[in-house]
Write a protein that binds this ligand. Structure first.
Ligand code: COA
Length: 178
C-alpha cells in the first residue's frame, strides 16, 4: 500500500512535504544548531539546503511506498517538525524525528512516531528501526515509549556532522518487527 499523503493523530496532522515548505522548514528547525545537534545531516546553512532535502524527499516518495512527513499542529496549523519512513528495501525502513525547539516536551515526537509505527506494516515494512546517539536520552525514551526494542550498541557507527567533528560515535540500535 502507498502511504497516505496526509495522516491525522489526536493533536497533529502529518503530511507529505512539498517544495513550497522549504522556508518554513528552514526557519522552524533545519537551521537551528541546537535542534540538529544529534541528527545525521548537516544543519542547513541556507534555504537552498532545505530545497535539496525536499527534492530528495520527493524522489523517495516516488520510488517507495512512503517517505518523509511534516508534522503540523491540528490546532492552528503551525509546522512543528518532521518524521517519516525511510525505505532501504521493500521490507526494511528507518525512522526518526526532529522537532522545533518550542515544540519539545509536549509528547509530539511520541505521537508522531506512533503514527509511523501504525503505518509501517500497511506499507509492507517488516523491520522498522532507529538509531540514536548513546547520550541522547530523550530520543531513547521516545523510542521505548513507542515499543521499540533496544537491540545493541553499534560502536563507532555514525558520524554526527553537527557535533564536534571527528570520530564516528557509538549509537543505540532500536527496532520493531512486524
Ligand atoms: C528528541 C525529540 C524528538 C523529542 O521530542 P519531544 O516531542 O520533546 O518528545 P516527547 O515529548 O514525545 O517525549 C520526550 C520524553 O523524553 C523525556 N525526556 C526529556 N529529556 C530527557 C532526558 N534528558 N533524559 C531522559 N528522558 C528525557 C521526556 O520527559 C518525555 O518522556 P515522558 O513523556 O515520559 O515525560 C526532540 O527533542 C527533538 O526534536 N530534538 C532534536 C532532534 C533530534 O535530536 N532528533 C532525534 C535524533 S535521534
Amino acid at each position: 500500500m502507498k502511504g497516505p499523503a496526509t495522516l491525522q493523530t489526536p493533536r497533529l496532522v502529518l503530511r507529505r512535504p512539498r517544495l513550497e515548505d522549504a522556508e518554513a522548514i528552514f526557519a522552524r528547525y533545519a537551521s537551528d544548531r541546537e535542534v540538529t545537534r544529534y541528527v545525521g545531516w548537516p544543519v542547513h546553512g541556507s534555504v537552498e539546503d532545505t530545497r535539496t532535502f525536499l527534492t530528495f524527499a520527493e524522489t523517495e516518495w516516488q520510488h517507495w511506498p512512503a517517505g518523509a512527513y511534516l508534522v503540523f499542529s491540528r490546532n492552528g496549523g503551525t509546522l512543528l517538525g518532521s518524521t517519516g519512513l525511510s525505505f532501504e528495501t521493500p521490507y526494511r525502513a528507518m525512522t526518526g524525528y526532529v522537532f522545533a525547539r518550542d515544540a519539545w516536551g509536549q509528547g509530539y515526537a511520541t505521537e508522531s512516531l506512533r503514527a509511523m509505527v501504525d503505518l509501517a506494516p500497511a506499507c509492507g515494512i517488516r523491520r522498522l528501526y532507529a538509531i540514536c546517539h548513546v547520550d541522547h536520552a530523550s530520543s531513547s525514551h521516545v523510542l521505548e515509549k513507542c515499543g521499540f526494542v533496544r537491540e545493541t550498541v553499534l560502536r563507532r557507527h555514525t558520524h554526527f556532522p553537527n557535533l564536534a567533528p571527528g570520530e564516528p560515535a557509538d549509537v543505540l540500535s532500536y527496532a520493531l518487527s512486524f
